[in-house]
Design a protein. Structure first.
Length: 200
């Protein structure tokens, strides 16, 4: 009984979570590193807040948050993440920042093999995912600069790649739960056994 009352009190005191805006960007004739193409590559996203531009038209408050393998941008909309970061006065207050949570290729509501192509879906890896995110931002959402790129696990690896591929596009990187390094031995053999898995 006491536990239930305390839980109810904490819930009442917690700030209300902002509601994300969801949408899709469709990239035409996307070419993968493998040389394969898709006439239409769909990237689903969720956003919080509004982009703000300086006098030169550069977006100064955009934050990209990328998810781990088998996840989606939706995993960051719950109380454990959005409830700790996106609320009033919190580190990524949605009243101040434009937060973008994409579903990577092969995940969530973005294009993936199970949509119908199955084994005929182009081979894809981290490079393709980051390039698609870049095009989603620049061509689809009109974001020409990021304040921060952060991600967890596979998203952390994306964060490292963002820094390598687009070093002038963001002010800061925050990879979480990821260490860049070669994949070899048993791990590499296991990856070769799994068709449709994102590349490394």
């Amino acid at each position: 009984m006491l536990t239930s009352l305390l839980l109810a009190l904490v819930t009442l005191q917690a700030p209300a979570l902002p509601a994300p805006v969801e949408g899709d960007v469709v990239l035409k004739n996307f070419t993968f590193d493998s040389g394969e193409t898709l006439p239409e590559l769909r990237l689903h996203y969720r956003t919080y807040g509004t982009p703000r531009r300086d006098a030169q038209g550069v977006v100064r408050n955009a934050v990209l948050v990328t998810h781990g393998t088998t996840g989606s941008g939706g995993q960051f909309t719950g109380r454990a993440f959005a409830g700790e970061l996106f609320g009033p006065g919190q580190p990524l207050d949605a009243a101040e920042y434009f937060i973008i949570l994409p579903d990577a290729i092969g995940h969530g509501r973005s294009s993936k093999p199970s949509d119908g192509l199955h084994a005929r879906f182009p081979r894809y890896g981290y490079e393709d995912m980051v390039r698609a995110q870049y095009l989603m931002l620049t061509e689809g959402l009109g974001v020409n600069h990021l304040r921060l790129v952060m991600g967890t696990s596979m998203g952390g690896m994306h964060t490292w790649l963002w820094g390598e591929r687009h070093p002038d596009f963001m002010d800061a990187l925050m990879p979480l739960a990821s260490v860049p390094g070669p994949i070899a031995g048993r791990s590499m053999r296991r990856l070769k056994w799994r068709p449709g898995m994102s590349g490394f």
